[in-house]
Design a protein around this ligand. Sequence first.
Ligand code: MCN
Length: 767
Amino acid sequence: MLTGQALFVDDVDLPNMGHVAFVRSPHAHATILDIEVDDAKEINGVIGIWTADDLGDYWQSGPLLVPPPPVEGMTFNERTQVNLARGKVRYVGEPVVVIVAESRYIAEDAADLVYVDYDLLDPISNLEQAAAADSAKIHDNVELVNGELNNVNAHVTQVKGDGANFDTIAAEAQTVIKRRFYYDHGSSAPMECRGIVADWNRRAQKLTMWDTTQAPVFVRNGMAAFLGLSENNVRVIAPFIGGGFGPKIMMFYPEEMLVPWLSMQLDRPIKWIEDRAEHFLATTNERDQIHHAEMALDADGRILAVRDSFLHDAGAYAPYGLTIPLNSQCTLLGCYNVPSYHSTFTSVFTNKTPTTPYRGAGRQHGVFVMERLLDAAARELNIDKVDIRRRNLIRPEQFPVNHEIIYQDFGPLKYDSGNYSPALERAVEMIEYDAFYATHQPQAKAAGRLLGLGIVTYVEGTGIGPYEGSRVQVQSNGRVSVATGIGTQGQGHFTVFAQIAADQVGCNVEDVDVITGDTDTFHWGAGTFASRGAVVAGNAINEAAKDVRGKILKLASEHFEAAEADLIVSDGVVQVAGVPDKVISLGELAQMANPMRGSVKPGTEPGLESSNYFGPEYGATANGVHAMIVELDPDTMMLEIKKYVVVHDCGTVINPLILDGQIHGGVAQGIGNAFYEKLAYDDQSQLLSGSFMDYLLPTALDVPTMEMDHITTESPLNPLGIKGAGEAGAIPVGPLFAQAIEDAIGREDVEILEIPLSPSKIWELTR
Ligand code: MCN
């Protein structure tokens, strides 16, 4: 990758390839009166132009990706995205016309000559406005919920314990903390935007698709179904990808649906590469939520009950389902004993780009609410902020913990295992909590400097099913190949999966070749999301490699006429213990397992090969603590991170270097989301920060060196004892910033209830 030799989608260059440009809506909410394409068709080099009317039945989108959870009494209005807008546009950037030309230049020129006549409707740019009973309707036939909530995608209530009686509990509590919280939109901003090349080979009746997807098997299955092909006649390759971070799981984007269809229509390869401006408008993003949350506590600061009601912004369509708000609802409970919980969310349609999971996938919203409520309670009850957390942590003997509500995998929200207190105490020690408050902060204050400390905890539900699979094979040259169905976006899967296979088989890690993200190489699986690769694909590889090891031992024991127990497999050779000349390489054994003379006996198979699968009973819960010290410039409110500490528990660590890299990356994104980045919309739902001139990503200068430590609490749910880690860095950074900045400002009347922050936001708050 670093030398530019890796294959990215834009590197795929096929003979006779047509290039796509889209005409996208410049308006957030409008009726389409007329579309005029004749002038565009006149341009030399234009191959074809399609509007929704030209697509026949294909104008409508595919099915919902994740169906609604089985929560009793919920409302769910399914509105998936259409492939090209017909009659109405619902967000800026929605595709209206698709053009194929001999080059992208020609296609873009033609796009300029397409005239669309719009009649403007009231755009809905804000969540509370969208939900108001008298607001404009974004979709037809979406009835008011409870006679008052408009534009509802979903309305879901989940209750734990005595949560329904929150008012009674609150009446007897020492204190009740009640706040409104706001978490704004953000973009995942990968280095590489989306891209698709599709090549329909009529003679072979085979569609090959290179796609920047995180879920190649799902895309293969979906495209086969939409195009009326067998799954074996579609090959989806997810090559190297410049970052996925969630939005590249989304199926099916209109572009993903249309490019293969166009290849079949035109009988030639078709390519579409998303540019950055399109990415800001047309790739899903995440974040907008407004919470009204309450926490009842006793005099010792123990949580008695929490009640939360929140609005979640689905955007103009909700093709993905309810993963984000469900994650917010579930992750809010965090590391704490919350005996009673009442949570309602209303996912509403707005005239904005659809929202789908982005690293953390709604978990950070829940953590923000919980940690901020605890901070406010600590202040009110005059309890130290670490103490209030200590008093509420779930204890090791309480696991497994069943929270009684439904999680994103549709099973009950259960924590499999954990040891939360040592992680908190280690972070307290590493950030030098006591010394900070005894010495550093008072000294700084005396010198007119604003130093603040933040310390927050979180859980991350990881490693959910349904399953992944793997095929492990010893090749006749002695190399071991591993194939799995998930895609890779930079998580280091090639290394860690090789480690797992090498450990099991008994070879060197350099002798393992890993293939991910090619549906012709491995047929089954789900994809890379929800920090599940290590747990689910990792354990599938472990199982398949175990089988292969069994075959190696069996064959070698026959060959040497020695008991399997006397064989040692390591460094790619099998040896009879204590007999140095009885040694054979794995390559030679693989050749013997594929006989050119004699036969493979009934009930046995050729080769040293196995496919195996792993599906966890439910997700493994990782946890952690982030702590940081910041200094605020009192004149500019610019912030400097003096120290950043992460203590993390993801069970068995496969590769400490990769794990640290994952956490660095997550924290960097968390810092961006907490302090720099914001998808700012005006009241017409026009994006104001749609380029990197305005959408501010943190750079290496803004992201601090991190000090890290790991606690290991193995998950009982998988043989390797792993929990996922891919999103952990990003999850608790918002409340961490809020707490540390509040602490630096050090005024009773300044409380931070929204994310993202910025110097100007802090300035406003302090004035
Ligand atoms: N790992 C480990 N030991 C553990 C847990 C994980 O060594 N106990 C390693 C894994 O083997 C893997 C990596 O850490 O190499 C991440 O593992 P895991 O938590 O299973 O996450 P996934 O492999 O499922 O990756 C998805 C996750 C998600 S959901 C997002 S979003 C995200 C992330 O990974 N997107 C990323 N990290 C990313 N990193 C890069 N470079 N690019 C992205 O798009």
